[in-house]
Design a protein around this ligand. Structure first.
Ligand SMILES: Cc1ncc(C[n+]2csc(CCOP(=O)(O)OP(=O)(O)O)c2C)c(N)n1
Length: 280
């Protein structure tokens, strides 16, 4: 069932809160992969606050839906959502990436409750997601597996091996997202190593493919519901996003793939986020 206007309003409010928390976590951490953390926000929010069948009090519950952030450097944007959903105390975010804390820059499933796979080495999350989805099929288990892949990450050959495998095993219990912000670490993906036609590539690998605005909750909801209805093949949702979304001086800037914020920049970033949500 499509997301109601009231639900979209609540998710939008959550996106504002989470963008604030990401900026704060970057400050506490002394820097981080902020651009991609901000582009993936709506994808993770619509999953964690609406669609996932999870129970944060039982992170190891066997039948839970699985989520793999294959672009593991987005951990600095994922941890605030897990904290907010109650997997661990929010206070812990203040130790993000500090020596001796549970958090490295990339989240470790053995240290951070709610994380289904340790990622960070690009190209490995989707293969793990394929294994989890295949495992569910073989054991006739109900969980659905979701996986978020970066577009720069899609330069890795292992992504395409996993794509072939998922289609071969008809994994209709697997839904992927490409966080299509068009920037990788070095600049424009199309200049570094062209991915287009990306939709055609995924389709030719046997996936059902949808292309949407990855910051639009209505489109995200419709795409996830269509993916869940699709039988006999996995679905890839190409989510067009903006790297650094919400912070005016970061938006579309490859240089903000990774960065730190002094108190002036932190203030500017929070003001910019407030502005796009009509909070100032
Ligand atoms: C195997 C591997 N090679 C290199 C890196 C270093 N690295 C971290 S992020 C990144 C770029 C990823 O780009 P993209 O997937 O587009 O991420 P986003 O723009 O969504 O942050 C690279 C090359 C890595 N983490 N793993």
């Amino acid at each position: 069932m499509a997301l109601a206007d009231k639900e979209i309003a609540a998710l939008t409010e959550k996106a504002w809160e989470i963008r604030h928390l990401i900026v704060q976590t970057i400050v506490w951490a002394g820097g981080g992969h902020v651009g991609g953390a901000l582009s993936q926000v709506e994808i993770l929010i619509v999953l964690y606050y609406h669609y996932l069948n999870i129970d944060p009090r039982r992170p190891d519950w066997e039948d839970r839906d699985r989520v793999i952030l294959s672009k593991g450097h987005g951990g600095v944007g994922y941890a605030p959502i897990l904290a907010d959903r109650g997997y661990f105390p929010m206070e812990l975010l203040k130790e993000f990436n500090h020596t001796g804390s549970p958090f490295g820059m990339h989240l470790d499933r053995l240290k951070v409750p709610g994380v289904d796979a340790s990622t960070g080495s690009l190209g490995h999350g989707l293969p793990m997601a394929v294994g989890m989805a295949l495992g569910a099929k073989l054991q006739q288990k109900p969980w659905h597996t979701y996986c978020i892949v970066g577009d720069g990450e899609s330069h890795e050959g292992s992504i395409w091996e996993a794509a072939m495998c998922a289609a071969h095993y008809k994994l209709d219990n697997l839904t992927g997202f490409v966080d299509r912000n068009r920037l990788c670490i070095d600049g424009d993906t199309e200049e570094i190593m062209a991915l287009e036609p990306l939709k055609g590539k995924w389709a030719s690998f046997g996936w059902y493919v949808l292309e949407i605005d990855g910051h639009d909750f209505k489109e995200l909801g419709e795409a996830i519901e269509e993916a869940r209805r699709t039988a006999g093949r996995p679905t890839m949702i190409i989510a067009n996003t903006v790297k650094g979304k919400g912070v005016n001086f970061m938006e579309g800037e490859a240089a903000w793939h990774y960065g730190g914020l002094d108190s002036d920049k932190e203030k500017q970033a929070l003001q910019s986020i407030n502005r796009i949500y009509g909070k100032s």
